[in-house]
Design a protein around this ligand. Sequence first.
Ligand code: BMA
Length: 319
Amino acid sequence: MKRSPANPILTRTDIPDIPPDVVDVSSVFNPGAIRVGDRDLLLLRVQTRGRETVLMVAESGDGERFSVRPRIVEIAGLKTVAERLYHIYDPRLTRIDDTIFVVFAADTDSGCRLGVAQTVDFESFELVGFGGPEETRNGVLFPERLEGRFLRLERPNRVQLAGGVTTGSEIELAESDDLVTWHSLGPVMAGRLHYWDELIGSGPPPIKTRAGWLHIYHGIATHFASANIYQAGVVLLDLADPRRVLARGRNNILEPREPWELVGQVPNVVFPSGAIVAGYDEEGFARPESIVRVYYGAADTVVGLATATISELLDACSV
Ligand code: BMA
C-alpha cells in the first residue's frame, strides 16, 4: 500500500478538549470509517490520560484532512448492559440499507465481548445487541445479508499469551437474525505459525468485488516472544460462502516502517480498522480501478492512511 504524504493524518493534538472528560489526550487510533454523502467520517478511539476510552467523530471532505467534532459519542442503551464496561473500542462501521452499524469491542470483568450499535445520522447512536458466552474481538459485519441473515467475522480470544492477555489465531464466521444472538458457522482462517500472521483478526469490513469478498486483516508476528509486530494483509473469501478462502496473500501489504508506526504506546503496530472504497458499479461490486483508503492505528498512538486499488489488493491475495 502507499502511505499518504499527510501521515499521520490524526494525532493527539487534533483532539479538541471537552472538559472535564477529555483534556490533553494521550492518543487516538484504530478508527472505523465510512462515507456518508460526500463526507468521509471516522469513529475514533481516543484515550485519555486517565487511560479511559471515548469515541469521537472526525469528518473530512477529501479523506485526508479531518476535523474532530468536539463531542463524545454516547451510545444510548449501553447502561442496560449488566456487566461493567471498562473500555469500548476498535469500532468497525458497516452500512446495511440506510443504517450504519458499529461493531465494537468491550472490556468487561469476564473478558472481551462484542457489541453492536446503530445510527442513521452519525449524531445519535443506540445499542442493538451486546455480548455472548465467549470472549471475542475484532467483529466486522458484512455489508449485506445472506439468505436474510446478518453475517459477521469475529475472532474468539482463545490463546493465552505467556503472562499476558488472551488473543486469537482463528477468524470465524457467525450469523444472526437480529444482531443480538449470534451462532458460529465455523472457522474461516487460522494464523500461520512462524510467518507474518501467526495471530490474526479482522480489519475493516469485507469489500464486495466480482472475485469475492476482499478482506483486509491484521496479522501478528510474535517474533520469538521478543516483540509483537502488527501488520496488514489480504484474503479473498467466496461470495456465497465466506467460510471458503479463495486466495490469501503470502506477504503483508503494510508493515510498521515509519517512526510513528515503530514507536509509540505499543511499538511496531499498524492496525487497519476502516476502509473507504472510491467507487462501486451499478450492481454494488467495487470497481477494480477504485482506490481503497485504509485508515489504521499506528503504534496505538496516531491514525495513518494508506491506499491501493481494488485490483492491486486482489493481486496481493494471489501472491
Ligand atoms: C490488539 C487490540 C488493538 C490494539 C493492538 C495493539 O490486540 O487490542 O486494540 O491496537 O492489540 O496493541
